[in-house]
Design a protein around this ligand. Structure first.
Ligand code: SF4
Length: 495
């Protein structure tokens, strides 16, 4: 059996995933921009964590010649090197690369570096297979550790690695997993020995845990014909009710029996989905519209995150606003557009916050779609910049949420498929904008924007200008979509 530690953890999630990764790789969906950005973050964090273990050497990665990596590791251990990064070991066809290996007179310590801010069970499996291989090779293992980012860390202008990273002793947890490993390996071997037949494994909660499986499109849509919006969107994946329905062969929401026990919210979602006709509660919509007053400031932020904060006062992975779009709608229907897009490579927060308070007076009605996000960003800015706190908090007091009429089911169409996400609401209410996002050049959703902004500095002038213009177009469309949705709400009340 040829297995790496990443294949081992795939097998822990699902043996079908392991088998397909080995024998039908072409079925795996290729990593999207977000996944690529995550890999890049993992590499940067991994390299940085090595500085916690100084004066080590990294075994060069030679995928076509693993033997060379094994030999280099063995040689450096013999030479008495204390720290070896990517130390490589092979036992019974299982190849493991230890992120950081500490060689002590008493034995070896294993350090596995993760770019996340918390410990996950799957990481323990990752360390346990390394421990298993090294122990099988006759080494004495004296420590198992996970190194991960501490989300409480605040960057003060100087990067303090000892504070940025947490080193957690997971020896007990790894010790508890070791006895299971031979059984798991036997099962994986059995599965991989049958090269002709894909394992017959049903979909379930394991498709999302610990990671959203790369094969979901294949297993869910192609093999099981699960529609994009199904009863899985109503009940939590893996919940008793979801399993009960699935076992009865019920996937389409339309097939859920009327007397099936559900919470009021679930019932409402099912009823909305089953609705053959558009339902409009004019009084409800009117009551929402009455909470607004002109001029209305339609606001949308774009943010990005940094695993390793580069700007003072920031913690890892906090949302950093770099852009906003503002459509100012007046009572006579006229629209004015304002926007902000930060310069790449600089801390965008202060310039953004200063322009925001210039663009939005303290006492006007501000509208956002899913306002908790905009309010959260504003609150953080208010915290960071005392001279703007009062104004920013005033803006927050004045924010109203355009999602409310849809969340409260004042306006429901069958094509919304029971959802109140803008992705479903916009085309349902404004068919002329059905393809507006797909027609955008380059940046078509929040993740695209989130990945594009931090990458701007590395682009040449032409590409950078094109990406900046794509970012502006995307964010502007977000607030224009809100204007159009509100227009439709007013229209139905005027009918
Ligand atoms: S989608 Fe689910 S069933 Fe299919 S390979 Fe992934 S985890 Fe296994």
């Amino acid at each position: 059996m040829n297995l790496s530690k990443s294949l081992y953890t795939k097998g822990i999630q699902c043996e079908k995933l392991l088998w397909i990764t080995k024998y039908k790789k072409e079925l795996l969906s290729s990593p999207d921009a977000s996944a690529l950005a995550r890999f890049e973050t993992g590499n940067v964090v991994g390299d940085l964590a090595c500085a916690l273990f100084p004066n080590g050497r990294e075994v060069p990665y030679t995928p076509t010649d693993f033997q060379k990596m094994l030999e280099t590791t063995a040689r450096w251990m013999e030479e008495g090197l204390e720290y070896i990064y990517e130390a490589s070991f092979l036992h019974a066809g299982i190849l493991v690369l230890v992120d950081v290996l500490k060689v002590t007179p008493q034995g070896l310590e294993i350090y596995e570096v993760k770019s996340s801010t918390s410990l996950k069970d799957i990481y323990l499996h990752d360390v346990s297979i390394q421990h298993y291989v090294l122990r099988a090779l006759g080494f004495n293992i004296v420590g198992d550790y996970l190194v991960h980012i501490d989300k409480e860390y605040i960057y003060s202008g100087v990067l303090e690695l000892e504070k940025l990273f947490k080193i957690v002793d997971v020896g007990d947890e790894v010790g508890a997993l070791l006895p299971e490993i031979p059984t798991k390996l036997a099962s994986f071997e059995n599965c991989l020995n049958d090269k002709e037949n894909e394992p017959d494994i049903d979909i379930g909660s394991h498709c999302n845990k610990p990671y959203e499986c790369e094969l979901k499109a294949y297993c869910w849509q192609t093999q099981h014909a699960i529609p994009e919006y199904s009863m899985f969107n109503i009940f939590n994946l893996g919940s008793k009710k979801q399993l009960e329905l699935y076992e009865k062969g019920i996937v389409d929401i339309k097939d859920i029996p009327d007397d099936f026990p559900m919470t009021a919210l679930q019932k409402q979602k099912v009823a909305n989905y089953k609705a053959e006709e558009t339902y409009i509660d004019k009084a409800g919509i009117q009551s929402f519209l009455e909470t607004l007053n002109y001029p209305i400031y339609h606001l949308d932020f774009e943010t990005f995150q940094q695993a390793i904060p580069e700007f003072e006062g920031l913690s890892p992975y906090v949302q950093i606003p770099f852009q906003y779009s503002l459509h100012i709608e007046r009572a006579d229907g006229t629209l004015e557009h304002k926007e902000f897009l930060a310069k790449e490579g600089e801390d965008p927060r202060l310039t953004l916050a200063e322009q925001l308070v210039q663009d939005i007076p303290e006492d006007v009605c501000v509208l956002a779609y899913n306002m908790s996000f905009e309010k959260g960003v504003n609150a953080k800015l208010a915290d960071q910049f005392p001279h703007l706190t009062a104004h920013l908090l005033k803006i927050n007091e004045n924010i109203k949420d355009l999602m409310v009429p849809f969340q409260k089911k004042y306006y429901v169409t069958p094509s919304m498929q029971g959802s109140y996400s803008i992705k479903y609401v916009l085309p349902a209410l404004v068919p002329s904008m059905e393809n507006a996002y797909q027609e955008l050049n380059g940046i078509q959703n929040g993740s695209d924007a989130m990945n594009a902004f931090p990458a701007l500095s590395a682009l040449d002038d032409e590409k950078r200008l094109a990406t900046r213009s794509a970012l502006r177009a995307y964010c502007k469309l977000d607030t224009l979509a809100m204007v159009k949705v509100l227009e439709k709400l007013k229209e139905v009340c005027d009918d």
